[in-house]
Write a protein that binds this ligand. Sequence first.
Ligand SMILES: Cc1cc2nc3c(=O)[nH]c(=O)nc-3n(C[C@H](O)[C@H](O)[C@H](O)COP(=O)(O)OP(=O)(O)OC[C@H]3O[C@@H](n4cnc5c(N)ncnc54)[C@H](O)[C@@H]3O)c2cc1C
Length: 450
Amino acid sequence: MEEVDLIVIGSGQGGIPLTRDYTKAGKRVVLFERGKVGGTCVNNGCTPSKAFLAAAHSAGRARRAGPLGIAVDVHVNQRAALQRVRKVRDEWHESSERRIADLKVDLVRASAAFTGERTVAGGGREVRAPLVVIDTGGTPAVPPIAGLAGTPYLTNENWFEQETLPPRLIVIGGGYVGLELGQGAQRLGSAVTIVHAADRVMNREEPDASEVVRSSLERDGIVLALNAMTATVSHDGQTFAVTLLDGRRFEAEGLLVAVGRTPNTADLAAERSGIELERNGTVRVDDYLETTCPGVYALGDVAGQPAFTHVAWEDYRRLTSTFAGTPRRRDDRVLSYSTFTEPQLARTGLNEEEARMRGIDVRVETLQLADTARGEEWNIPEGYYRLVVERSTNKILGATLVGYEAGEIVHAIGFGIQLGATWRDLDNFVGIHPTFGEALPSVARLFATG
Ligand SMILES: Cc1cc2nc3c(=O)[nH]c(=O)nc-3n(C[C@H](O)[C@H](O)[C@H](O)COP(=O)(O)OP(=O)(O)OC[C@H]3O[C@@H](n4cnc5c(N)ncnc54)[C@H](O)[C@@H]3O)c2cc1C
């Protein structure tokens, strides 16, 4: 049995920096990775999907230039676009590999499982450490739809391996992965149908945010089948047929399943180390990301944290602080995120419903981007900016921004929340004219008149 200072299972967004820091500090670290170094984000998540959308949205924006007097006949070279996606992805993956190699990290390329308390085995090694960090992420969930298993359906794990896109594509799932890849495919030449069980896309967000995104997807030509429960899937060697419980039927050469993620805990034998799981399979952690086994921590997607790369990375910073003797709670962040559909739907802090559920008395103001100079001048008027403030303190609690590059602009509000800013602070700030950013003080100003 080998004794080391730290064991990390999974080279995801927290696993690599933790391993790096400990290795640099001269500690003995063993990192287990059963797949590609860098995890989901680098290999089949953020990096390739955003490189894919860079091509797709260029095509989409060009097609929408008509009202500006620009008639564009867009020719998409799918092969070249997808090759570039893989090139970007591979460069990021290789740089993760290089960092590990340069540091001479003790990397075991194998699946790891617990064999006892804080004891992990894999690839012929069995290692024990006072500290173990589980960063095993998740894999695409595959629903038990009759006929689906055994068909050549796609998930985000093989999507980016395609040389060209299917002429027709059905996407099962109207969450952010389904919408991003679905809109991307439509803009790059597939005829896309998105099948979604709820009555609106992005149904965890505000209804009018869903509505703006829906309208843009349909404007691109996407067919949305809502309230749609898939009953059966079949494949005849060339074409998929998807039938819904209500009898609707769709056919396409490609099928993408994007209905959520399953945490990677099934192979961990976590119980051998006294680590309890939640009912949904994520690792049960306390406020400090510690599992039910002292000394074993979990971070990122597998710990049931909001499934974003920046969250997993921020968890790494929390653990670093905790391990250094300054414990940091896992709920001390202003959570922000964005979908990269066009328009983008970006959030920071709380929306109105979340604030009210916490019993906070709030005021809410909304500015439509159609009423901004930038929206009109650049002919990108879709969307709105909404601020939620606490009535008693005027403090900004959150924002929903829907619109062009909203994921960039929302940072200003997230930072303001972190600094405890009120709507008056934002109102006093003079934005640059004519930008979308100046709509932030404009929406704050509505609290004075509203
Ligand atoms: C299509 C798509 C697009 C996305 N886009 C974005 C985005 O734009 N922005 C964003 O913030 N987030 C995005 N995400 C989410 C983001 O990728 C994840 O939240 C992030 O990768 C989670 O990091 P993690 O460290 O928790 O786990 P992961 O990155 O999933 O890493 C887990 C690693 O553990 C390894 N592993 C698992 N089990 C074992 C085992 N038993 N032994 C050894 N190794 C094991 C896996 O092989 C994997 O490498 C996207 C996800 C998808 C699917």
